[in-house]
Design a protein around this ligand. Structure first.
Ligand code: AMP
Ligand code: ZN
Length: 496
């Protein structure tokens, strides 16, 4: 099935296709603001986009997708952080860029092909603003700031239906759109912000005086430079739909006189314990917060894919326990396939098969269909999970070891590996028989740990969840993660 995605602008599900003659699909995803660690909500958006990137590459072929994701390294938040810490802006943004990269790597998100920074593209932003000034879409305010004149673009509001949402003075949307007093109309937005004392050294020369670019023009300029005037897909979290993406469309289409993006996709937000994440509610998690509790980054990746990307997802620690168990279960089933296919005795043979898990659906066609139908990750995971359970539970007699049967298992192994690892990016490591035996003997669990685990299991059976949670923490501190199953538990050392 061809890859289809809901288009937030046209409000319909449509097939994704490259439009340029070179056949390269141009994909832009708004990146993080690098002033603090990204939280797990941000990572929901980046993990969903990573699955999308993987599917695009599987669909159009290697080298046929160009994925660009920016770093916002100058804005009010980054400048404030640098000022509060008395450090140069570039030092602060480098620290958080490095952390973002490390977290992305732990979550197995593929690096974009280009990762441009706002500060590295000041000239490109100035050039675009210059064109907008010359075309009459922008004006310079008395203080030296430059604003985009929203009334100059007839299509303004088509993405967010902002006109229908009543742009009244004092409305919440007006407040969102407003960012200074110097504008001719409250809906106008800043392209260039005149230098203020609190900006410190973070300003650049421009034809309109010293200042810094507005946030929205950054993405428009980087897209133009790295992907061209018309791109095939633009994505981000739902909060970016207005005003950020609405403003990007206005600037780019007025400047370039071309359609900006052929397809728009917005993923929904992550909630934690049913509420919006915030520091004051104490429900804001980073990846480090979760690994410190003993969870693996892959469990977070799995948990973030357990909800439909276009619906809000409620995150709980329980969903991470479920994800850890699911990952182990998938690994065990994949290993069983490998055993039945007769490829698990040597690492080299296994790696060779894995490197060539070519386009085979095996029994997983329905899961691929789910995934390609507007990225329905929960349906795809559910279908695939049922499938691997059913196959691996099927009786396996010695007489099944015919070449024909083995080849059937090999097909299923490759198909499952391709789905879980190449599409979902779950990084499931299939072990050889020898590796499994060695791990078992190395992993004899210390008796103090078994005792704690037994105590916790008893507490859980007695529904004393507070005690069970406290014991789980104790185990995590000692370096062990306890995975509950219906009929018992297993203990795994935490890999740090
Ligand atoms: P920021 O660093 O704030 O620019 O955000 C980076 C990305 O994370 C953007 O695509 C946001 O839309 C997205 N995002 C922010 N908060 C959440 C959340 N709670 N759930 C999902 N995505 C989010
Ligand atoms: Zn953006």
């Amino acid at each position: 099935m061809a890859l289809q995605l809901f288009d937030s602008l046209k409000r319909e599900t449509r097939e994704l296709q490259p439009s340029h003659p070179d056949g390269v699909f141009r994909f832009y995803n708004c990146g993080p603001t690098v002033y603090a660690p990204a939280h797990i909500g941000n990572f929901r958006t980046f993990v969903v986009n990573d699955v999308l990137r993987r599917l695009l590459e599987l669909e159009f072929g290697p080298g046929k997708v160009k994925h660009v994701r920016n770093l916002t390294d100058v804005d009010d938040k980054t400048i404030k952080r640098a000022r509060d810490e008395g450090r140069p802006l570039a030092e602060v943004t480098k620290q958080w860029t490095d952390k973002f990269h490390a977290d992305c790597a732990a979550l197995n998100c593929l690096p974009p092909h280009v990762e441009p920074t706002a500060t590295g593209h000041i000239d490109e932003q100035v050039d675009m603003i210059d064109v907008l000034m010359k075309k009459g879409n922008a004006y310079r305010a008395p203080d030296g700031s430059v604003y985009f004149k929203v009334s100059s673009f007839d299509h303004y509001g088509e993405l967010s239906r902002v006109k229908e949402r009543v742009l009244q003075p004092g409305s919440a949307l007006k407040a969102l759109a407003a960012d200074a007093d110097e504008k001719e109309d409250v809906s106008d937005f800043a392209l260039w912000k005149a230098h203020k004392d609190e900006d410190g050294a973070n300003s650049w020369e421009s034809p309109w005086g010293r200042g810094r670019p507005g946030w929205h023009i950054e993405c428009s300029a980087m897209i133009k430079k790295h992907l061209g005037e018309t791109i095939d897909l633009h994505t981000g979290g739902v909060d970016l739909l207005f005003p950020h993406h609405e403003n990007e469309i206005a600037q780019s289409e007025c400047c370039n006189g071309q359609q900006f993006s052929r397809h728009w996709y917005h993923s929904e937000h992550l909630l934690v314990d049913g509420k919006k994440m915030s520091k004051s509610l104490g429900n804001l998690y980073t990846l480090d917060d979760l690994t410190a509790k003993g969870f693996s980054p892959m469990a977070l990746r799995y948990a973030l894919l357990m909800g439909h990307p276009r619906k809000q997802l409620n995150f709980t620690l329980d969903s991470l326990h479920a994800a850890e168990s699911a990952l182990l279960s998938i690994r065990d089933r994949l290993e069983e396939y490998a055993d039945r296919a007769g490829i698990s005795s040597q690492r080299e043979a296994l790696d060779n098969v894995i490197a060539n898990d070519e386009s085979l659906e095996g029994g997983f066609g329905a899961a691929w269909t789910n995934l390609c139908d507007d990225l329905n990750t929960p349906a795809a995971l559910g279908t695939a999970f049922t499938m691997i359970k059913a196959i691996a539970n099927s009786p396996f007699a010695a007489s099944d070891q015919s070449a024909e049967q083995r080849s059937r298992w090999l097909t299923e192994f490759k198909a499952a590996h391709r789905l879980f690892n190449r599409a979902f990016g779950l990084n499931i490591k299939v072990r050889t028989l020898g590796e499994r035996t060695a791990e078992k003997s190395n992993q004899s669990v210390p008796s103090s740990i078994t005792a704690l685990a037994e105590k916790r299991w008893t507490a859980k059976q007695a529904k004393d969840f507070a005690a069970a949670d406290a014991l789980r923490k104790e185990l995590a501190t000692a370096g062990w993660s306890m995975l509950d199953r219906k009929d018992g538990y297993s203990l795994e050392p935490i890999k740090r």
